[in-house]
Design a protein around this ligand. Structure first.
Ligand code: COA
Length: 329
């Protein structure tokens, strides 16, 4: 991309469920300990939907904040993209439910499924819509409510995930600002490292599928870990090269929040200082598609992320998928 492509993030917003589940709460549910979870993942607590909280409801709260900060009315949005693996229901899309909740009736609306890389895939698609002239403003939401599809009897997975939503408004920024480069990848041959066996059209819900706990997330944690440490570093370096930069030019890294050890490894390999790397995994666990927009929103609110900063965004997830982007904030 050259310097005239100036689509980027205009504003951010987030919404988190009120329910909190600490490591000490988990000690009462499965055979685990606060010490193990903190040492192996960095997570201390996570938010969990309760009562009538839903993915579309969280998305609407996050989106309303982002729209207000952008100074836009819902009617000015041309496209709504919701990155999620946990839609409210199979049909229709959560994006259509969100459109209705917001009253964004001039928008087309669709869901995008790319595991925990969903938000970055959405960013990649969204900026291309804008740079091509097909849309002026896009609402991109990363939302996941993983708690209903986590197996609360499986200590290998249930300690890792949390629920939340992050939203951004995409539009043209002044020259020099915006997303300078982005690149997404996938490798479907590794689909069985992180998946939900049942509930789709090949294995609809039956008494047997429920008894076999086949509607919950299955994961090969060690293999995903090995994969993640490689792609986190390589993909950032690739997008940096695409816009003629190196890791030394980065002011801030906004990595997917899956495991603090993965984040620390990437930080070390990219020779970044810990204070340059955005981290909130201790409070929320892995919120899948919501992780990056929420950590960005907090960094904006805390004044860590400022206009002019060069920001690296990087993620990986089920698919397997991965990707990175470089933005001049
Ligand atoms: N509490 C206590 N012990 C646990 C545990 C838990 N919650 N979960 C696993 N263990 C145990 C295992 O059973 C194993 O015991 P064993 O040696 O007696 O068999 C031991 O801890 C080590 O397990 P291992 O899987 O080797 O741990 P690890 O250091 O690889 O950490 C993960 C496990 C899941 C934290 C780590 O592999 C990881 O984060 N992987 C990436 C997952 C990810 O990011 N997924 C989302 C992608 S978007």
């Amino acid at each position: 991309m050259n310097k005239t492509n100036t689509a980027g993030i205009i504003s951010t917003g987030k919404a988190l469920p009120v329910g909190k589940l600490t490591n000490f709460d988990l000690e009462k549910i499965v055979d685990t300990s606060d010490e193990w979870i903190k040492a192996r993942t960095g997570i201390e607590e996570r938010r969990i939907i309760t009562g009538n909280e839903t993915a579309s409801g969280l998305a609407a709260r996050a989106a309303s904040i982002a729209l207000e900060r952008a100074g836009l009315s819902p009617a000015e949005i041309d496209v709504i993209i919701v990155a999620t693996v946990t839609p409210d229901q199979t049909l229709p899309s959560t994006a259509c439910l969100l459109q209705d909740k917001l009253g964004a009736f001039n928008a087309s609306a669709f869901d995008l499924v790319a595991g925990c890389t969903g938000f970055l895939y959405g960013l990649d698609v969204g900026i291309r819509y804008i740079n091509s002239g097909a849309a002026r403003y896009i609402l991109l939401v990363g939302v996941d409510t993983l708690s209903p599809i986590v197996d609360w009897q499986d200590r290998n997975t249930c300690v890792l995930f949390g629920d939340g939503a992050g939203a951004v408004v995409l539009g043209k920024l002044e020259e020099g600002r915006g997303v300078l480069a982005s690149k997404m990848y996938s490798d479907g041959s590794k689909a069985n490292l992180l998946y939900v066996p049942a509930g789709g059209s090949t294995r609809p819900a039956t008494r047997q599928s429920v008894e076999e706990r086949a509607h919950y997330i299955k994961m090969n944690g060690q293999e995903v870990f090995k994969f993640a440490v490689t792609v986190m570093v390589d993909s950032v370096q690739e997008v940096l090269a695409l816009c003629g930069k190196t890791a030394a030019d980065l002011d801030i890294l906004a990595p997917h929040q899956a495991n603090l050890r993965i984040i620390n490894f990437a930080c070390k390999r990219l020779k970044m200082q810990p204070e340059q790397v955005l981290v909130n995994i201790h409070r929320y666990g892995n919120m899948s598609s919501a992780a990056i927009p929420v950590v960005l929103d907090e960094a904006v609110e805390e004044g860590k992320l400022k206009v002019g900063h060069l920001v690296g965004l990087v993620s990986f997830g089920a698919g397997l998928t991965w990707g990175a982007a470089i933005a001049q904030w």
